[in-house]
Design a protein around this ligand. Structure first.
Ligand code: ADP
Ligand code: MG
Length: 724
C-alpha cells in the first residue's frame, strides 16, 4: 500500500534547540507579569494586577496604555496580527485575525492597536452555536478581554484570551460560566477557610489535566475517511497483537514520536504551558502529556492552546493527533484526568492533610464537603462529561463507568468511620482530646495508600487533590470544571450556614459545630463512596441498589441539566440563567446527534463504496479460480474447489447483511431527522441508528479477515497502531 510505504520512508524531523535550558525560554511568548512590568507604567501595571486579583474594572485610558504596550511587546515577538482568542460552544478555540497594520492616508501606514480593540470586539459570529439565544438578524456577539489569562504570541499573531457573550449578555462560550463558577467557589471557600485562618482573603481552584492521545502517521490516517472525518475508526478488525503484552505503557518512546514531543514541548514552554511529564500510554501509539497544575482558568486556556499547538506541530512531523476518546475498538481509549483542588492566597492546599490537628480539621472540612457535593450532584458531573465520543469510553472495560462514585482509600475511610461516631451537640473534653489525638491528629501528612490508586474510579482522591477521571480526551475542561466548582460553592455555602446556625442555636463551639455537621455529611454521603472494582458487573448492580444514577448515554445524561432543580441551582449560583442552561442543552444534544449522523454517513460510504466493491472484486477472482478448476477437472472440480466455493458463499452472505443493514440505517436516520424535538431526535439516533453501526461493522470486519490483504483498501489496525 502506497500510504504504508510513505510512512516507512519517513525520517524523524529533528529541530536544533538553541539551548537545552527550557527554563530560560519559559513564557517567552507570553505577556507575563514580568514583561508587563517592563512595558507598562506603574499605574497601568497595578490596574491590570487589580483586575486579575480582584476583578476590578480597567479604565479606558489605562486600557489604551495596556494596548499600546502589548502591541510593542508583540511586535518585538514578530507579531503582525492580533486576535481575540475565545472558546465558543463548538468545544474548540476560535480566532479571527486582524492586522496591526493600518493605512493612514497619503500613502502612509502605521501599526495600530488601541484600548478599544483590546477590550472588546464584535466578531460576526452568527454561525457559532448559540442554542437559539441569538437570532441571526441579531448577529452581534461580543468578545471581551479576560485579563486573568495573559495574552500570548502564537506564530505571528498576538492572541488575547476573551470571553464571548451575546448582545444581550448571555454567555456563548465555555469561559464565561467557568469564570463565574470560580468566583462563586472563591467566595464560598474563603468564608469557610476563615474558620481556620482569618487571614485568608481568596481561594483559587487549581487544575492539572493529563492529556491522552494517539499519534498516527498522516499518510495512513489520510487513507482512512473515518479517521479524517470522525476522528475514529468505524470499521477495522482487531490486530493479532493488541495491548495484551502491556509492552507499550511507560516503554521507551519511539524516535519519531519523541522528536514530535520535543518540538511540541519546546513550543509549549515558550507559550508558558508548564508541560512536565510525557510517557507512552497503555495502547500502542498512545501517549500522555501533563503539565504542572495551575489556576483553573489558566489551566483550561492552556489545555485548549495545547490541543491547538499539538495539531500544528503534528503537521510538521507528518502525524495526525487523535484526541477522540475511542479511536480504535478493543484498544484502550483516551481520557483527560482533571486533577482538582482548592488553594488559599496564604499558600495552603485545602485538600492536603496538614501537620497539626487544626490543619487536618480544615482538610477534612473541604474533603468531606467535596464528597457531599459529588453525592448530591453526581448526575450533573456525569452530564458535564457527556459527549458522543466519550460514550464509547465510559463503561468500556478500561474506562471509568458512567456511574459516578468517589474513591478515597483505606486510611481516609477509617478516619471517616471514626468521625461518624462523634456525638451530637457539644463534645466532651475527653472526646475532643481523643478526636484530636487519635483521629484528626493521626491523618498522615503523606497518605500512603494513594500510591495504590483505584484506577477504576471516576472520581478519586489521590493525595492532595481529587482526580476526575471520567473526563474525555476531547473535552474542554471548562465544562466539568464549571460544574465541579459550582456544586462545591453551593455545598460550602450550605455547610457554613449549618455550622453558624449550630453555633448560634446550640451555643456550642465552632469546632464542635464543624464536627457535628461533618458527621452528618459523612453519613448522608456514604452511598457515593466506593472502593471496589468500578469495572465489574457487580458494581452496576450494587450502585443500582444504592440508588446511584447510571446514565449510560449522552441524551439521558444531559437531560438532568434542564430539570427544575438544576436550572434553579445554576441560576441561583449566578453561573447560568435558565435561558443559558437550556441553550447549552440544545447545543449539546445537537452536537451528539450530528456526530452520529456524520459517523453513519461515513460508515455507509465505507461499507458501500469501499468494502462491498472490494469484496466483490476478490470474490470474482475466486469465481474465476473455480471456473478454471472446472475446466481442468470437469465434473470432479468440486473436490478441488470446496473451500473457494465456501468463501464465495460467505462473502455473498456478508455483502447481503451489510447492504440490508446500511439500508436500515439510512431509513432510521431519515426517520430520526424528521423529529423536531431535540431530545427525542438524539434519542432516536442513540437507540435506533447507532446500534446498526455495530451490525454493519461486524460484517465489514469479517470481510477484512476474508479478503486477500492486497485487495483491502483501508489501512488496517496493524498498520495504524504499530507503524512507528
Ligand atoms: P499521576 O496522576 O499521573 O500519577 P500526579 O499525581 O503527580 O501524576 O499529578 C497529576 C497531575 O495532578 C499533574 O498535572 C499535577 O500537576 C496535578 N496536581 C498535583 N497537585 C495538584 C493540586 N493541588 N491541584 C490540582 N492539580 C494538582
Ligand atoms: Mg493521574
Amino acid at each position: 500500500m502506497q500510504a504504508l510505504q510513505e510512512t516507512l520512508n519517513r525520517k524523524p524531523r529533528v529541530i536544533q534547540e538553541e539551548t537545552n535550558r527550557r527554563s530560560s525560554l519559559f513564557g517567552s511568548k507570553v505577556f507575563t507579569k514580568d514583561s508587563q512590568r517592563h512595558h507598562l507604567s506603574k499605574d497601568a501595571y497595578n490596574a491590570v494586577q487589580d483586575a486579575v486579583n480582584h476583578g476590578t474594572k480597567i479604565d479606558r485610558d489605562i486600557a489604551d496604555q495596556v494596548a499600546s504596550a502589548m502591541k510593542s511587546w508583540a511586535l518585538e515577538q514578530g507579531a503582525t496580527h492580533y486576535t481575540h482568542w475565545f472558546q465558543p460552544l463548538t468545544g474548540i478555540t476560535a480566532e479571527k485575525h486582524d492586522a496591526f497594520f493600518e493605512p493612514i492616508g497619503d500613502g502612509e501606514a502605521m501599526e495600530k492597536f488601541g484600548g478599544s480593540q483590546l477590550v472588546q470586539q464584535e466578531p460576526d459570529a452568527s454561525s457559532f452555536p448559540n442554542g437559539g439565544i441569538r437570532n441571526t438578524f441579531e448577529a452581534r456577539g461580543y468578545t471581551a478581554w479576560d485579563p486573568t489569562s495573559p495574552a500570548f504570541v502564537m506564530g505571528s499573531t498576538l492572541c488575547i484570551p476573551t470571553i464571548f457573550v451575546s448582545y444581550t449578555g448571555e454567555a456563548l462560550d465555555n469561559k464565561t460560566p467557568l469564570l463565574r463558577a470560580l468566583q462563586a467557589v472563591d467566595g464560598a471557600a474563603t468564608a469557610v477557610a476563615k474558620y481556620f485562618d482569618k487571614n485568608v482573603k481568596k481561594v483559587i481552584a487549581t487544575l492539572g489535566w493529563e492529556q491522552e492521545f494517539f499519534l498516527i502517521d498522516s499518510a495512513l490516517a489520510n487513507a482512512r475517511p473515518d479517521l479524517v472525518m470522525a476522528g475514529r475508526t468505524v470499521v477495522g478488525h482487531h490486530p493479532a497483537k493488541g495491548q495484551q503484552l502491556d509492552d507499550h505503557y511507560f516503554g521507551s518512546i519511539p524516535t519519531r514520536a519523541l522528536a514530535y514531543l520535543r518540538e511540541l514541548e519546546f513550543e509549549c514552554v515558550q507559550l508558558g504551558i508548564p508541560v512536565k511529564t510525557r510517557h507512552n500510554e497503555v495502547a500502542p501509539n498512545q501517549f500522555e502529556i501533563a503539565p504542572l497544575f495551575e489556576e483553573a482558568n489558566l489551566a483550561v486556556d492552556h489545555n485548549s492552546l495545547l490541543m491547538d499547538v499539538m495539531e500544528k506541530v503534528a503537521e510538521r512531523h507528518h502525524f495526525r493527533v487523535l484526541f477522540h476518546e475511542k479511536p480504535f475498538a478493543g484498544i484502550n481509549g483516551s481520557g483527560k484526568h482533571n486533577n482538582w483542588s482548592l488553594a488559599t492566597d496564604t499558600g495552603v492546599n485545602l485538600l492536603a492533610p496538614g501537620k497539626t490537628p487544626m490543619s487536618n480539621l480544615q482538610f477534612l472540612t473541604f474533603f468531606v464537603n467535596t464528597i457531599m457535593a459529588v453525592h448530591n450532584h453526581a448526575d450533573l458531573l456525569r452530564a458535564s462529561i457527556a459527549t458522543a465520543s466519550n460514550d464509547h469510553r465510559l463503561g468500556a472495560n478500561e474506562a471509568p463507568p458512567a456511574i459516578i462514585s468517589v474513591f478515597i482509600g483505606e486510611q481516609l475511610t477509617q478516619v471517616l468511620n471514626n468521625l461518624e461516631k462523634v456525638s451530637d451537640g457539644k463534645l466532651s473534653p475527653e472526646e475532643k482530646t481523643e478526636l484530636k489525638l487519635n483521629v484528626v491528629g493521626k491523618i498522615p501528612y503523606v497518605l500512603l495508600d494513594n500510591t495504590d490508586r483505584n484506577r477504576t474510579s471516576p472520581f478519586a482522591f489521590t493525595g492532595a487533590k481529587f482526580e476526575f477521571r471520567a473526563v474525555g480526551s476531547t473535552a474542554n475542561c471548562a465544562v466539568p470544571m464549571t460544574v465541579l466548582n459550582t456544586i462545591m460553592a453551593k455545598q460550602l455555602m450550605e455547610f457554613k450556614t449549618k455550622v453558624d446556625a449550630l453555633i448560634a442555636k446550640k451555643k456550642i463551639k465552632k469546632d464542635d459545630a464543624i464536627f457535628n455537621v461533618l458527621r452528618d455529611y459523612i453519613k448522608k454521603s456514604k452511598s457515593i463512596r466506593f472502593e471496589g472494582d468500578g469495572y465489574g458487573d457487580a458494581w452496576v448492580k450494587e450502585a443500582k441498589k444504592r440508588g446511584l444514577s447510571n446514565n449510560k448515554n449522552t441524551p439521558d445524561a444531559l437531560k438532568v441539566k434542564v430539570n427544575k432543580e438544576n436550572l434553579d441551582l445554576f441560576e441561583k449560583m449566578g453561573i447560568l440563567s435558565h435561558i443559558e442552561s437550556e441553550a447549552r442543552y440544545e447545543i449539546e444534544l445537537e452536537d451528539y446527534m450530528m456526530r452520529l449522523q456524520i459517523e453513519g454517513r461515513i460508515l455507509g460510504d465505507l461499507a458501500t463504496n469501499f468494502i462491498i466493491p472490494t469484496a466483490i472484486g476478490y470474490q470474482n477472482t475466486l469465481i474465476e479460480n473455480v471456473s478454471g478448476l472446472k475446466n481442468i477437472f470437469g465434473s470432479s472440480f468440486k473436490k478441488h474447489a470446496k473451500e473457494q466455493i465456501e468463501l464465495i458463499t460467505s462473502i455473498s452472505g456478508h455483502i447481503a447483511s451489510i447492504k440490508s443493514n446500511v439500508d436500515k440505517m439510512t431509513e432510521a436516520r431519515k426517520k430520526a431527522n424528521k423529529i423536531t424535538d431535540a431530545f427525542k431526535k438524539s434519542k432516536a439516533y442513540c437507540d435506533k441508528v447507532k446500534p446498526l453501526f455495530e451490525d454493519i461493522r461486524y460484517h465489514c470486519d469479517k470481510l477484512e479477515m476474508t479478503v486477500a490483504d492486497e485487495y483491502w483498501p483501508l489501512p488496517k489496525y496493524r498498520e495504524l497502531l504499530f507503524t512507528k
